[in-house]
Write a protein that binds this ligand. Structure first.
Ligand code: ZN
Length: 569
C-alpha cells in the first residue's frame, strides 16, 4: 500500500459540487473515475510518492495515483481505460516564459533561423515578399547571423532589391535586434540625423547612415508605426500556438509581455471553452497602474487564465551585446551593455516596482548581464525593506550571467531563476568569445543555483527558442552545444539530472506562478494535466531525449493531443 494514495469521498465531495457526487457513488461509496490510465511508468514529481503505475481522473482532476490494482478500484462500466503499455507518464510541462502570440505568428511567418548565409537569408525574405499581399508587412524571421558563413551583421542593402514597396522588419531570434528595409526606415523617419534613443542603438555605416539594424529601444521607432494585428490575425496566431503547445506536451504557459489584446483573445477562447493551454499573463511594467486600478493581485483568475504579474526589462541580450555587465565585452572595451529604457532613470523602475509590490502584483524581471541582475537584486532588496517579508515570489527571467557573490543574494531574497536551458546550448556556441572563460563559467549556472537553494523554473522564451520541452530537457541534461563542439557538455559541472530538469519544468514553473498546489505533479486533488511520451527519458541515452515525442497530452482530464490519431494509426 506504500504507493496508494487516493482522496477520501469527503475530499472528493469537497472538490466536486455535491449535487453531482451521488451520481458517482457506487455500492461501497467509491466514486468511479471518468478515466484511468494504467500500465504506465509514472514519474509523479511528487517527492512523497515519486513513482506509480496508474492514475484515476474524475472531472478535471486527478483523484488517485497508485498501482494498477489499487487504481482498478476506481473503475466502473462508464470508466474509460487507457492502456499506457509501459510508457512514461509525466505531469504536463509548464513553460515559465513564452511569447505565445509571437510564437503562434512565427509558425506561419518567414523562417530565417536556420539560414546558413546572408544570401540564403535574403533569398527567403524575397520568397516571402512574393507571397505577401500588397500593403502587408513581412515580419518575424528569428534570424541568427552567427549561423552564417561568414557571420556578418545584415544590412538593408541585402533585402532592398526584393522590396521596393513591401515593408520588411525581420527580428533577430533573441528579439533584441531587428533589420528594417529602406521602406520601413522611411516610414519610421529614421535617418542619419535620428539620435539613438535611451536603451537603444541605430546601427550606422562609416558615413553615419542607418544600416537598417536596430537594437533594443531603437526598434520602438518601428513598433510605433507598424500596423497592429487585427483581431482575426491575433486569433489565428493564438489558435496555432494552442495547437502547437498541445502537440509538444506543454499544458501551461506563462506569457511574458502580452499585449492586452492578447489577453482579450484568451478570455474569448476561455468563454467558448477553447483554451487548451493554461495561461498566466504578465503584461509590461509600464502599464503597472492598469492592474493596480482593477485591484487584481498575483495569480488572479481561474485555472485556465490568470493575470497579476508584471514583466520588466533590466537590459538587453548577450547576442546583441546589449546585456549589462560590470566589465566590458571581450574585444569591445567601450561596451559593457545597456540598461533598458525602463531603467532610465533607475528611480522610475524602483517606483514602479514599489507600487506593484504594494498592490500584491508579482514581478518578473528580464535580466541577463551580471550587473543587470545585480541591480535588480538591489531593487528587490529595497522592496522587501520597504514592505517587509512576504511570500511574493520575485522572479528574474533568464538569470543568464551571474557574479559569484549574487547567488547567495538570489537565495536570501527567495528569487526564482526563470531559465531557458535551450539558450545555454545555443549561446554556448559563441558566449565565451564575447565574455571570456571566467564569466562563461557562471552562465546558465543551473547546478550552482540549486546548490544555493534557489528555485528553478524552466521554459523556452518561445519564439526565441523552440517550444518543445524535450529540447530544453536535453539541453539541461547534456549542455551539448548546437554546433556539436561540446559533446560532454559546455561547463558540464552545471548539468542537471533528468529528474531535476523535469522538476524545474513542472513543479518549478508551477511554483513560479503560485500554482504548486494546483499543478506541477501527478498528485490526487491536482488538475489532470499529464503527458505520455513515446520513450523513457530516464533510461535512454540523454542524447536521444531531443527526439522523444509526446504521444498524448491531457489538460484538465481532456485529451488535447493524440499523436497516434494524428499519424493515422
Ligand atoms: Zn522573453
Amino acid at each position: 500500500m506504500k504507493t496508494f494514495r487516493h482522496l477520501t469521498v469527503a475530499q472528493v465531495t469537497l472538490i466536486f459540487c455535491s449535487a453531482f457526487t451521488p451520481l458517482f457513488l457506487r455500492a461501497q461509496s467509491q466514486p468511479a473515475a471518468d478515466f484511468i490510465i494504467h500500465n504506465a511508468k509514472i514519474w509523479t514529481v511528487d517527492k512523497n510518492h515519486p513513482t506509480a503505475e496508474a492514475v484515476a481522473v474524475l472531472g478535471e482532476r486527478i483523484v488517485a495515483v497508485g498501482s494498477n490494482g489499487e487504481i482498478d478500484a476506481w473503475r466502473a462500466t462508464r470508466t474509460r481505460v487507457i492502456d499506457a503499455s509501459g510508457k512514461l507518464l509525466l505531469p504536463g510541462f509548464n513553460d515559465s516564459h513564452v511569447h505565445f502570440v509571437d510564437g503562434g505568428r512565427s509558425l506561419a511567418s518567414v523562417q530565417l533561423n536556420d539560414a546558413t548565409s546572408a544570401q540564403e537569408f535574403a533569398r527567403r525574405i524575397g520568397e516571402q515578399v512574393k507571397q505577401t499581399p500588397k500593403g502587408e508587412w513581412v515580419t518575424g524571421g528569428d534570424w541568427d547571423e552567427t549561423k552564417w558563413t561568414p557571420a556578418v551583421m545584415p544590412s538593408k542593402e541585402l533585402i532592398d532589391p526584393f522590396s521596393p514597396d513591401t515593408p520588411i522588419f525581420v527580428s533577430r531570434y533573441d528579439g533584441h535586434m531587428g533589420l528594417a528595409n529602406s521602406v520601413v526606415l522611411r516610414l519610421a523617419g529614421i535617418t542619419a540625423q535620428t539620435p539613438d534613443p535611451p536603451g537603444g542603438v541605430i546601427a550606422r555605416d562609416a558615413q553615419g547612415n542607418p544600416t537598417g539594424a536596430l537594437k533594443d529601444a531603437a526598434m520602438d521607432y518601428v513598433f510605433k508605426i507598424a500596423p497592429p494585428l487585427s483581431h482575426d490575425e491575433r486569433m489565428r496566431a493564438v489558435k496555432r500556438a494552442l495547437a502547437h503547445a498541445a502537440s509538444v506536451g506543454v499544458t501551461s504557459v506563462q506569457h511574458m509581455n502580452p499585449e492586452y489584446a492578447d489577453i482579450a483573445i484568451y478570455s474569448e477562447l476561455l468563454e467558448r471553452g477553447e483554451l487548451t493551454t493554461r495561461i498566466y499573463a504578465a503584461p509590461l511594467i509600464p502599464g503597472v497602474d492598469d492592474q493596480i486600478k482593477i485591484g487584481v493581485r498575483h495569480a488572479f483568475g481561474g485555472p485556465f487564465l490568470r493575470i497579476g504579474a508584471l514583466k520588466a526589462y533590466a537590459d538587453g541580450s548577450l547576442g546583441s551585446a546589449t546585456a549589462y555587465f560590470f566589465d566590458p565585452f571581450d574585444k569591445q572595451p567601450n561596451n559593457h551593455g545597456i540598461l533598458s529604457d525602463e531603467m532610465h532613470p533607475l528611480s522610475l523602475m524602483q517606483d514602479r516596482m514599489m507600487r506593484a509590490d504594494a498592490a500584491g502584483l508579482q514581478l518578473c524581471t528580464h535580466a541577463i548581464g551580471d550587473q543587470g541582475i545585480s541591480i535588480i537584486l538591489d531593487l528587490y532588496t529595497e522592496v522587501v525593506k520597504a514592505h517587509g517579508e512576504r511570500d511574493r515570489r520575485f522572479r528574474i527571467e533568464h538569470a543568464q550571467h551571474m557574479v559569484a557573490k549574487d547567488f547567495d543574494r538570489f537565495a536570501q531574497l527567495h528569487v526564482i531563476a526563470s531559465m531557458q536551458p535551450y539558450h545555454a546550448i545555443d549561446d554556448g556556441r559563441w558566449a565565451e568569445g564575447r565574455i571570456g572563460h571566467d564569466r562563461a563559467s557562471r552562465t546558465y549556472a543551473f547546478r550552482t543555483f540549486l546548490n544555493h537553494g534557489v528555485r528553478l523554473a524552466f521554459g523556452t522564451d518561445w519564439n526565441v527558442a523552440p517550444l518543445n520541452p524535450m529540447f530544453g530537457l536535453y539541453a539541461a541534461v547534456t549542455r551539448a552545444t548546437l554546433d556539436g563542439k561540446n559533446p560532454n557538455g559546455w561547463f558540464p559541472e552545471q548539468k542537471l539530472t533528468v529528474a531535476e530538469a523535469v522538476e524545474a519544468y513542472t513543479m518549478g514553473s508551477a511554483y513560479a506562478e503560485f500554482q504548486e498546489k494546483e499543478k506541477g505533479s501527478i498528485t490526487p486533488g491536482k488538475l489532470a494535466d499529464m503527458v505520455l511520451l513515446n520513450d523513457d527519458i530516464f533510461t535512454i541515452d540523454p542524447v536521444k531525449i531531443r527526439d522523444v515525442k509526446v504521444t498524448t497530452t491531457f489538460v484538465g482530464g481532456k485529451i488535447v493531443w493524440d499523436g497516434a490519431q494524428k499519424s493515422g494509426q
